[in-house]
Design a protein around this ligand. Sequence first.
Ligand code: NAD
Length: 390
Amino acid sequence: MNYTLNLVGHNKKNLYFCPKPYTITLQPKMSAQNTNESVFDQMNAYGHQKIVFCSDPDTGLKAIIAIHDTTLGPALGGTRMWAYKSEADALNDVLRLSKSMTYKASIAGLNLGGGKAVIIGNSHKDKTEALLRKFGRFIKNLNGEFITAEEVGTNPKDMEYIRMETQHVLGVPETIGGSGDPSPITALGVFMGIKAAVKELYGNDSLTGKSVVVQGIGHVGENLVRLLRDENAMVYVSDLNDERTGQVAKKYGAQAVSNNTIFDLDADIYSPCALGATINAQTIDKLKFSIIAGSANNQLEDEFIQGRILLEKGILFAPDYVINAGGVINCYSELMGFSKKRTLQLTENIYEATRNVIKLSKAENISTIEAANRIAEKRILDIKKVKSTY
Ligand code: NAD
């Protein structure tokens, strides 16, 4: 990557990159940026409004906040803490993740924009109260344009530290007025997405007798296994942690399988609930499932290429950002002061949202991810016009 960020001697510790008035652009894919592009080129390619580079040598804080689009409302997105190999990797991750937050909020019908933050560092070794509170100060300075929550490498306790410096943080523990762990709600949304896909292929949305492989049985995966087993689906579970796999299998009457054999299983549904990009150039030919629907973000290595191949193979892909929106719905409810009942209603709407995506995909013979992108983009453009008059 060709850019250099030199904050030495700068009397402000954060740099803002704000390109001229932005537009939402229809892009073939959300990923795979050319790493020779400048920061501004990358921002323009993804359609970002603003990037804030946060540096504080005293606490060791190095963070990037990416605000993709605030047409629908303040940019909401979690803060990920990760030991990135390079600043370029961190920037690429935050750009990609924040853009998908815009789409996720839009298709879920929420009045939220998309953003994300990354803190560069090892979450087990480098995290301190001072670092998180300093980061909270940077969020505070954005005056509500960006609201954060927990993500990979951060937890509710970290959100409490950020809350000490700014109100613009969600997902704090229930004991201090937050909405707590979003995972059960995320799992419910994924479950609704699976049902919507099953309805399309089998004529009714019953999961009784359907076989589902859940890859990754962490916070979301375990809750999903419970919902699936409650409806008498046959569930295979797989996780890197064998002990946990055994425990969850026993608890819910699921079958434990080794992670490297899951693509050999003769199952109806594959539910990736661990990491992204499991549908890639190496795995795509092995896939025999009828449906792919899980919680992991960015499941397609390249959404345009693998999206098309899945369409041609007749595998129904329920786009990740459509069906894993339960977490952001949970945060939105916390922001708006909604009741639990309302949160559940909004999450159950994921069934209809998924049905609409499938309908458009069929009508236009486009991949489901392209269909989802079109629906999300249309809502943003429509609301932009609504807001164009005083
Ligand atoms: P988690 O960390 O609690 O669980 C992930 C699990 O996946 C862990 O048990 C881990 O051991 C396992 N795992 C990691 N790599 C694996 C691999 N290669 N094969 C099999 N298992 C593997 O995370 P979570 O909160 O349950 O989230 C799961 C996924 O859903 C993540 O991709 C996350 O970004 C996404 N997501 C979560 C939420 C939420 O509310 N928690 C919301 C939206 C999206």
